[in-house]
Write a protein that binds this ligand. Structure first.
Ligand SMILES: C[S@@+](CC[C@H](N)C(=O)[O-])C[C@H]1O[C@@H](n2cnc3c(N)ncnc32)[C@H](O)[C@@H]1O
Length: 219
């Protein structure tokens, strides 16, 4: 089975040992991929929507991997006793949903989180760093005319600048110019729209810095 590039990038950050817990598994393709690739990790697919898991179950049967994947209808990780070597994946959700699932108590127990959020990456990075994680790897994938950023968080301490938290310390090192150009164009269009005709860059930058400060203070 060929995974979408986005999910393949998520899978590339999974280690050989420890359970794989796919939270918000939906169609279950990521779990199928691990099962078909004969990973020795235990695999758990969870979703809060039973209909999603029924779909996943159909897919597991189609690929004959239903014996290798445990399914659980659950809100986030509430029904799971997290172990230190678990690898917890959340993909295809927004940052605020992720933060609702990754409570400080959960983040105390887990040591490895692979997150692909659809928005607010500054907030996500800042939140995870505040709770004792550092960024081991990042990947950006362009698929179906969209950019997706996948972040591999492991337990550890590292100081990041505001710029690193905003754009990704690894993405900056990797010089992901196409992605940064896209962000820049998006920002420019947004600013133009906000200011209609006159572009007061200075006050917009100040406003953005204030917004970032507020996000930080409210975490
Ligand atoms: C857009 S799908 C993403 C599916 C897959 N992870 C992917 O990346 O392709 C989001 C899934 O997250 C599930 N979800 C949302 N909030 C959740 C929560 N609190 N606990 C468990 N699953 C949740 C939804 O039911 C949905 O199936």
């Amino acid at each position: 089975m060929k995974l979408m590039d986005r999910l393949e990038a998520v899978a590339s950050f999974v280690w050989e040992d420890g359970r794989i817990i796919d939270v918000g598994s939906n169609h279950g393709y990521l779990c199928i991929y691990f099962a078909l690739n004969k990973r020795k990790n235990d695999i758990i697919a969870t979703d809060c929507n039973p209909k999603s898991l029924w779909e996943a179950e159909k897919n597991f049967k189609r690929y004959q991997v239903e014996d290798q994947i445990q399914m659980l209808v659950a809100d986030g990780l509430l029904e799971i006793e997290i172990k230190p070597d678990d690898q917890i994946i959340l993909a295809g959700m927004g940052t605020k949903t992720m933060m609702g699932i990754l409570t400080p108590e959960i983040l105390k127990k887990g040591n490895h989180f692979i997150l692909q959020s659809n928005n607010h990456l500054y907030l996500l990075r800042t939140y995870m760093v505040k709770h004792g994680f550092k960024i081991a790897h990042e990947k950006v994938v362009y698929e179906r005319q969209k950019y997706y950023v996948i972040i591999d968080f492991v337990r550890g301490m590292e100081d990041y600048s505001e710029i690193q938290l905003r754009y990704g310390p690894c993405l900056l090192k990797q010089n992901e110019m196409d992605y940064f150009t896209f962000l820049y164009e998006k920002k420019k269009a947004h600013m133009k729209q906000m200011t209609k005709s006159s572009l007061d860059l200075d006050s917009l930058i100040k406003e953005e810095v204030e917004q970032l400060k507020k996000i930080r203070e409210n975490l």
